[in-house]
Design a binder for this molecule. Structure first.
Ligand code: F6P
Length: 556
């Protein structure tokens, strides 16, 4: 399989890089008054200004060529057609079917998936309506007040992020809780705040074999059974999974199971039944609005020419930094408190998808692949890690995300927030020259010697890339569009690198080893052969937790 470096466009980009790496964006803005107008795109309620990047028409043209030479348009079609592009798992990749609001048939193995998608959506709608309206009662005939989603990774991050982002749309009676960590502290903290009579547990796991989720689910069930009885479980536990057999084995009636399918990747699953907490909290209409927003972005992605295609351009600009500037990380900085879970969500989406070292055919990649994604609310980041972004030695592209519409009625707050996000983008781009720094210090009346000492420290090299991503409002539709935009950006990059963005074998080794070590920690079996460090850690644990005779039952 061809490596991206073999494509002619890659060679052209390498030349572009050598010729343009010292060009300052501030000069480009001065030379081209139309730059901001030309380098921005709007899709639905999402407006992206990507003009503060180290790009030119020629560079963008070559990046688009690269996408064509890597076969992106064909790959997009294959995904939307339901072809099995997740080759290592022999699966289709059809999160787009979950929000296919035009309902045109999408075939997997010759069968249209849309009737099943619509059927589960309908069941989710009925169930959500019953819980929200108070028609669904707990075993003592009380309405549900608390929903506890037990899941991890993709079965947690998407619903948690959406429910947090769209808090203003939430049902006033429902308190949403999310338990992912097998550290019992998280579940205990939630159980201390809820009551069995009024709590609904959603056990969310694609496989229904994930150790953390099943452990938490069993503990929740035991907690419930201290007051309720086996027959009451049906009113308080539902499952979301692709695995009927395991759900039944766990003891949840499969009538209370909301299904999804192997062609939905965990990190792409919030649009499926995994989104049940979202629908419960926001209501069916808002959930559908979220799907509509994602569908809008899907239509744009599949139909817009590559040079005007928002997810494609964001993916390509990312490639430009990762592969040519050696920028190995990417910051997500929402200027919006309720979007504070977004960096973590995008972290899984991107890093689990594109953190790969071999190409589709198994041969090693010849270039860097997925970046390290990290971030925090921008305003808090400004007072913590932005120093490194402004004056450190790395090239770190930043997505700055904000709402044009006010998010609270508190006077002055939104204006301060937005002035900061715009100022940061300007500062990252313009920087401050030594001459500007010197003039400022002179105006403060410092001596020449003091000025020359301080100038290097007060200089900002600037030329640091940002994308400004503005939502006209943070609402279900725009959130759907925003997340779909990131999904397709990740897909675009994966295609350029020729990797499979839809498997995640890298998470397996640790899981396997943990099984062996768990048995050794509990004393059930003798320690197996480990390296000296791991054996020592196991002995240290046993010394702290086990009786002298070696009995060490973790579960008592
Ligand atoms: O271990 C990684 C992973 O498989 C993720 O891809 C997934 O989102 C998460 O674990 C949870 O898996 P499940 O939904 O099967 O419990």
């Amino acid at each position: 399989m061809a490596q991206p470096i073999d494509f002619p466009a890659w060679q052209a980009l390498q030349q572009n890089f050598e010729q343009s790496k010292h060009i300052q964006m501030r000069d480009q803005f001065e030379q081209d008054p139309q730059r901001a107008e030309r380098y921005c795109l709007e899709v639905g309620g999402i407006h992206v200004d990507f003009s503060k990047n180290r790009i030119s028409d020629e560079i963008l043209g070559n990046l688009v060529e690269l996408a064509k030479q890597a076969g992106l348009p064909e790959r997009m079609q294959q995904m939307f057609r339901g072809e099995k592009i997740n080759q290592t798992e022999n699966r289709a990749v059809l999160h787009v079917a979950l929000r296919n609001r035009t309902n045109n048939p999408i075939l997997v193995d010759g069968e249209d998936v849309m009737p099943q998608v619509n059927d589960v959506l309908r069941r989710m709608g009925e169930f959500s309506h019953a819980v929200r309206s108070g028609e669904w009662l707990g075993y003592t005939n009380q309405v549900i007040t608390d929903v506890v989603n037990i899941g991890i990774g993709g079965s947690d991050l998407g619903p948690l992020m959406m429910c947090t982002a769209l808090k203003g749309f939430g049902h006033p009676r429902l308190n949403m809780h999310f338990v992912s960590n097998v550290d019992g502290a998280q579940l205990r903290d939630v159980l201390e705040r809820v009551h069995p009579e009024t709590t609904l547990f959603i056990i969310a796991s694609k496989t229904f074999t994930t150790q953390e989720t099943i452990t938490n689910a069993n503990t929740a069930r035991q907690w419930f059974l201290k007051e309720g009885s086996e027959k009451d479980i049906a009113k308080h536990f539902v499952a979301v999974s692709t695995n009927k057999a395991e759900v039944a084995k766990f003891g949840i009636d499969t009538d209370h199971m909301f299904e999804f399918w192997d062609w939905v990747g965990g990190r792409y699953s919030l649009w499926s039944a995994i989104g049940l907490p979202i629908m419960l909290y926001l209501g069916e209409e808002n959930f559908i609005e979220m799907l509509n927003g994602a569908h809008l972005m899907d239509n744009h992605f599949i139909n817009a020419p590559l040079e005007k295609n928002l997810p494609v351009l964001l993916g390509l600009i990312g490639i430009w930094y990762i592969n040519f500037y050696g920028g190995g990380s990417h910051v997500i900085a929402p200027y919006d408190q309720h979007l504070h879970r977004l960096p973590k969500f995008i972290q899984q989406l991107d890093m689990e998808s594109n953190g790969k070292q071999v190409k589709m055919g198994g041969e090693p990649v010849a270039t860097e692949t997925g970046p390290i994604i990290w971030g925090e609310t921008g305003i808090n980041g400004q007072h913590a890690f932005f120093q490194l972004l402004h004056q450190g030695t790395h090239v770190t592209p930043i997505d700055l995300i904000a709402s044009l519409t006010k998010r609270s009625n508190l006077p002055g707050h939104h204006e301060i927030l937005l002035s900061n996000v715009f100022a940061q983008a300007e500062a990252f781009m313009r920087g401050k020259t030594p001459e500007e720094a010197r003039a400022e210090l002179q105006a403060q009346g410092l001596s020449d010697a003091q000025i020359e000492t301080l100038v290097p420290h007060k200089t900002f090299s600037g030329n640091r890339p940002t994308n400004m991503i503005l939502m006209d409002e943070v609402n279900p539709r725009n959130m759907g569009s925003l997340i779909a935009m990131y999904e397709h950006k990740v897909f675009t990059q994966g295609v350029i690198w020729g990797i499979n963005s839809f498997d995640q074998w890298g998470v397996e080794l640790g899981k396997q080893l943990a099984k062996t070590i768990l048995a050794e920690l509990t004393g059930a079996i003798d320690p197996q052969k480990h390296d000296a460090s791991t054996s020592r850690l196991i002995r240290l644990y046993r010394k702290t937790n086990c009786a002298e005779d070696g009995t060490c039952d973790l579960f008592n």
